[in-house]
Write a protein that binds this ligand. Structure first.
Ligand SMILES: Cc1cc2nc3c(=O)[nH]c(=O)nc-3n(C[C@H](O)[C@H](O)[C@H](O)COP(=O)(O)OP(=O)(O)OC[C@H]3O[C@@H](n4cnc5c(N)ncnc54)[C@H](O)[C@@H]3O)c2cc1C
Ligand code: FES
Length: 256
């Protein structure tokens, strides 16, 4: 884990209130693997006091990118940073996704901002010779992550709740159709996506790696603010996760 003062290369509003930020952070980039996150200081001095966790969206040489939604004070501050400003980062942190070397085909399921860590996963998987199908869901077409920013080899299937692009419905609706030919399944999205997958007959028996979000105080395993209940006992999302097996989580107990 490294602490870095990273110069910002770019910060652009990609979709409404969703920003793509690229920073130069060579030590974090070289140590990071998909599903890990960085604790970002989102203000000067101690306001706000706590760093905010953001997934590593993708890497490019010594660069890492974040994809973030403006939801409050910290992310609002981040959205106003410009090229040449510096970001105080701590990372990479947590246990990310793990791809078995003998897996041929990977199914990635992204609900809304859940696309954030899955682009890095797709990038790594394709580089290692796996094939990738991405089920990408959003409320409406204007909130869909741009296809042009995905690796071209990804097989992309779009779903929108209002039917304005791709199939109409929830991204979870498509998982039973695509899971049989997948060697491994990975998902990132809101808790209702995971709760839906956990009740699907053909799906819930499979090992599925999901990335969980929790409010985090320290990101380092010290404050116990991110503790959740699993079949294996209490776990800290920042240290034992954020990636967990879907079937290990007691979904009725999760409040994030
Ligand atoms: C491991 C991990 C990776 C994450 N990766 C990303 C990412 O790549 N892109 C991204 O946009 N967001 C990501 N998040 C969520 C992000 O950390 C929060 O949106 C951010 O901390 C909000 O900070 P804020 O100061 O803007 O909002 P605050 O003022 O702190 O909160 C504003 C609102 O957002 C809600 N909120 C705050 N933090 C969280 C959280 N952790 N989970 C759910 N709701 C929250 C609050 O309940 C409140 O309603 C991640 C969270 C975790 C735990
Ligand atoms: S955020 Fe402090 S223990 Fe996880």
């Amino acid at each position: 884990m490294n602490q870095a003062l990273a110069p910002i290369q770019s910060c652009t509003e990609l979709l409404s209130r969703i920003y793509l930020m690229e920073v130069e952070a060579a030590e974090i980039a070289s140590a990071a693997y998909p599903g890990q996150f960085v604790m970002v200081r989102t203000g000067w001095g101690h306001d706000p006091l706590l760093r905010r966790p953001l997934s590593i969206h993708r890497t490019n040489g010594g660069q890492i990118a974040f994809l973030f939604n403006v939801v409050g004070r910290g992310t609002e501050w981040l959205a106003h940073r410009r090229q040449g400003d510096f970001l105080d980062l701590l990372g990479p942190l947590g246990k990310g996704f793990s791809i078995h070397p003998d897996s041929h085909h990977l199914l990635l399921v992204a609900g809304g901002m859940g696309i954030a860590p899955l682009v890095f996963l797709a990038q790594g998987a394709l580089a290692n010779g796996h094939s990738v199908t991405l089920l990408l869901g959003a409320r409406t077409a204007s909130l869909l992550y741009p296809k042009a920013l995905l690796p071209p080899e990804v097989e992309l299937v779009l779903v929108t709740e209002d039917g304005s692009a791709g199939k109409r419905g929830q991204v979870s609706d498509l998982v039973p159709d695509f899971s049989p030919k997948a060697s491994q399944i990975f998902a990132c999205g809101p808790v209702p996506l995971y709760q839906a997958m956990a009740t699907q007959n053909q799906v819930r028996e499979r090992p599925i790696q999901v990335s969980l979000e929790a409010r985090m105080g320290c990101g380092l395993g010290a404050c116990y603010g991110c503790t959740i209940k699993t079949r294996g006992g209490l776990k800290q999302v920042c240290k034992d996760g954020p990636v967990f097996e879907l079937r290990d989580i007691l979904w009725q107990e999760v409040r994030v």
